[in-house]
Design a protein around this ligand. Structure first.
Ligand SMILES: [Zn+2]
Length: 474
């Protein structure tokens, strides 16, 4: 069945559901959600690319992902243009396009001073994310490291923000460190606030252990770094530390008695390392090949991080100690770029990236779903023989929230741009708990309480106060 047909089917199911007695549309449906079932883990792996993962799966190097593929449904996840993390991950969490959710870039310019850049924050999101919707339905939720979650919002559960601060965009030579992290010394990064200290301690311990961790992941490098490889390596540390911190926090939340029914956790490292080291994995694609010594040290660095990501996922699944529904998603894939750049090891170019995800090409990401309430779709070939061409398009980044909601028995917003992808859901579950809809989860009161900083000309004092409120400055 094509995606279009599924959408027709969905519409029919939704219309039918609305016509049935006992199925309410809009109004007070708060208590009408299904009882908690198996927990759901939404595992966001930025830039995770099938063309890297599949050869590793053939070699048995991604055992966790391979086993999920064998028992669930997997394939390509279509994405959008531009392929910018804050936009896409907000679309994943809202089921809506950027016109509706309001995050349309990393930064925006102050209208009264176009030279001045401001970072978008979670407060700029003008529609509810899945964690707000779950909170409305008294369902417990955890959010760890997700884009655009600073300042942390009050939810029914725990939110640990990915904090972006203005110093990240002020670095030289275009070496912006876009991915956020927990940052020492800033308020408002954890909800409930009394848990911020505890989360900061995890950050600090991950920071102390970072050299040990990177040695575990990558081994030791044999040769002294050049200017270029030193730059590449230092560019990645931030992401390694953030990932380690978020995984450790996620594991802690899972092991708590009152664990989240839905846990959304994000790893940015696969994207960061892919951008920087693609040339060492696929040297023949580049006009200026890395040296043999460089290849010896860095050829496997991306696959080693992918294997680590697989192990992190395994760690979280093990922490659940029960059956869990997993949705592994990447916001886009990755392709080689700048193939004619000299990449002079001693005269570091402005552009150090050898791969990327051009918005125009919209390289699709990956999606793997498995566990209770997920349909088992037999693979076209044994998992160890799969090629990228064998994989179907499963859905788009906009469909993830509208597909998680019916898995929880919560209505889908009719104002969402994505669709509930029924072909990935166990038909038995759909029969038991048909997809329901509601006009919108947004309410006037909620929207009015959102900050409205964008597109407004603010004088300096107001802006400074905002930055203080956000904890950017004391
Ligand atoms: Zn990227």
């Amino acid at each position: 069945m094509s995606l279009g047909n599924y959408r027709c089917w969905l519409l029919a199911v939704a219309l039918l559901a609305g016509a049935l007695p006992g199925c309410r549309r809009g109004g007070d449906i708060r208590k009408a959600s299904a009882p908690p079932g198996a927990p759901i883990l939404l595992f966001g792996a930025d830039g995770f690319e099938w063309s890297v993962a599949l050869p590793m799966i053939r070699q048995g190097r991604l055992p966790t992902i391979a086993s999920l593929m064998e028992r669930g449904t997997c394939g390509l996840l279509t994405t959008m243009n531009p392929t910018s993390s804050p936009i896409i991950w907000t679309s994943v969490a809202t089921g809506k396009t950027m016109d509706k959710h309001g995050i349309n870039d990393f930064v925006y310019r102050t209208p009264s001073n176009p030279l001045e850049l401001n970072l978008f924050t979670g407060g700029d999101r003008q529609t509810k994310a899945i964690w707000n919707i779950m909170t409305d339905y008294d369902r417990r939720v955890g959010v760890v490291g997700w884009w655009m979650t600073f300042p942390a919002e009050p939810i029914n559960g725990v939110m640990v923000a990915q904090t972006n601060t203005i110093d990240q965009i002020n670095t030289l030579y275009g070496q912006h460190i876009w991915k956020g992290s927990l940052r020492p010394g800033l308020k408002g990064q954890v909800y409930p606030p009394q848990r911020q200290k505890e989360m900061m301690q995890i950050l600090l311990s991950c920071d102390r252990n970072l050299p040990t961790l990177t040695e575990e992941i990558f081994g030791t490098f044999k040769y002294p770094p050049s200017e270029l490889t030193r730059r590449l390596w230092s560019n990645c540390q931030w992401a390694f530390r953030a990932d380690a911190t978020y995984i450790q926090i996620a594991e802690r939340l899972i092991r708590e008695e009152n664990r989240p029914e839905l846990l959304a956790v994000y790893m940015g490292g696969p994207d960061v390392i892919g951008h920087r080291y693609w040339r060492y994995m696929y040297p023949d694609l580049y006009e200026h090949r890395p040296t043999d010594q460089e290849l010896e040290d860095y050829r496997d660095i991306i696959t080693q991080y992918y294997a680590y990501t697989d192990a992190c996922l395994a760690r979280l699944l093990q922490a659940y100690g029960t059956e869990v529904t997993v949705i592994l998603a990447s916001d886009h894939g990755m392709i080689p770029l700048n193939t004619d750049e000299p990449f002079d090891p001693d005269n570091v170019p402005r552009q150090v990236n050898s791969a990327g995800h051009p918005g125009k090409l919209k390289p699709p990401g990956m999606i793997v779903l498995a566990g209770p309430r997920i349909r088992h779709t037999p693979l076209p070939k044994p998992v160890h023989q799969l090629q990228k061409d064998d994989l179907p398009v499963v859905c788009s980044i906009f469909d993830i929230t509208p597909t998680i909601l019916p898995l929880m028995g919560i209505p889908v917003g009719e104002d969402m741009d994505g669709q509930s992808v029924l072909q990935v859901i166990d038909p038995g579950w759909i029969k038991k708990c048909p997809v329901r809809t509601v006009g919108s989860h947004d309410t006037v009161a909620w929207l009015e309480a959102r900050p409205k900083t964008k597109h407004q000309s603010l004088d300096k004092d107001v802006r400074l106060q905002q930055l203080r409120d956000l904890g950017y400055i004391e």
